[in-house]
Design a protein around this ligand. Structure first.
Ligand SMILES: [Zn+2]
Length: 323
């Protein structure tokens, strides 16, 4: 049975009260973990919120084991403004956990997310995207390789402090991993492209995670061959203007020195910057799939390093059975 919890965070000077919403669905098939799924910790990453809505519908009848706690919008004011950071105080919610009960607005929001949600879950999925302009496609490996694999992206990333890659302090998963809770950060979708294919993959990925956690008895998608990246630098454009990508599609290989994209002035039409791939044998993980307006210091690309990456084989097709 689905229940909705409304958690007041604070009143604004406008009189509006900002709240968090948790949808709780109790499985009727017996004992299992309490799986928490959060979306839109960054306000301009709504794809996870769409995915969570479909997960809520799919499991509404309780045909699973354990419990689901779904937080579709974790950063409501940033979500309304379609911004990565909070319009209230400029804070990045996913850098300030565990938060402070009497800090700046973003700190107290984090403290509320922690005390009402993160402190209770027994498995945790946090859904991010490439934001409203870039598109991304990978999954983090934090403390449960099987759970990360189950989500089903072809590329995974294992963060290590001494290597180039997106390694951050103060994230929501720092709260859950500190308690030993199996946790996965998903990075899938975003950009100025149809989100439907990403929403569909996100829903199937979460079902597979629930199958891995033995919450859902339906047949999992057979494991695909996957690659665990250890080096995954973010490349920032240093000039603003129109960014035109010349790189291949996400998941495709790209040679060192190849042009990723060009920033062109919308005023003079001159090329302001040519962005090149710094990785000898790279793979496209985040990219601008359409010509987009960018500011200096925006995320333009993420390139995985295939040299030294770990290959994980997929399921072998069984005789007489076709996947
Ligand atoms: Zn994010």
């Amino acid at each position: 049975m689905a229940k909705m919890r409304r958690i007041p965070v604070a009143h604004f000077a406008s009189g509006e009260e900002i709240c968090l919403y948790i949808h709780e669905i109790v499985g009727k098939k017996g004992k299992g973990p309490l799986l928490g799924i959060s979306g839109a910790i960054h306000g301009n990453e709504p794809t996870g919120s769409y995915v969570i809505r479909e997960i809520a519908k799919h499991y509404a009848d309780g045909n699973f084991r354990g419990r689901l706690w779904l937080m579709p919008v974790t950063n409501p004011v940033a979500f309304q403004a379609n911004k990565r950071t909070s319009p209230v105080d400029g804070g990045n919610l996913n850098r300030v956990f565990p938060g402070k009960a009497n800090g700046m607005f973003t700190d107290l929001l984090a403290a509320k997310v922690k005390s009402e949600f993160l402190d209770h879950v027994e498995a945790y999925l946090d859904y991010h995207t490439g934001t409203d302009r870039p598109t991304v496609d990978y999954t983090y490996v934090h403390n449960d390789l099987g759970l990360s694999r189950a989500f089903g992206t072809r590329f995974l990333f294992r963060p290590m402090a001494d290597r180039a890659g997106p390694v951050f302090n103060g994230t929501s998963k720092a709260v859950t991993t500190a308690r030993g809770v199996p946790s996965v950060t998903i990075e899938l979708g975003g950009g100025v492209v149809d989100q439907r294919p990403y929403i569909d993959r996100g829903v199937e990925g979460i079902k597979n995670c629930m199958r891995y956690l033995k919450m859902d008895d339906t047949r999992p998608t057979p494991p695909i061959a996957q690659t665990v990246l250890g080096v995954l630098p973010t490349i920032y454009n240093t000039q603003g203007g129109f960014l035109y990508t010349e790189a291949p599609a996400l998941g495709e290989e790209i040679k060192g020195g190849a042009v990723l994209g060009r920033v062109v002035s919308p005023y003079t039409f001159k090329t302001l910057e040519v962005i090149k791939n710094p990785i000898k044998r790279g793979v496209m993980i985040l990219s601008h799939l359409t010509p987009n307006l960018v500011e200096p210091g925006d995320f333009s690309y993420m390139i995985g390093d295939l040299d030294g990456a770990e290959k994980l084989p997929g399921a072998k097709p069984k005789k007489g059975r076709h996947y």
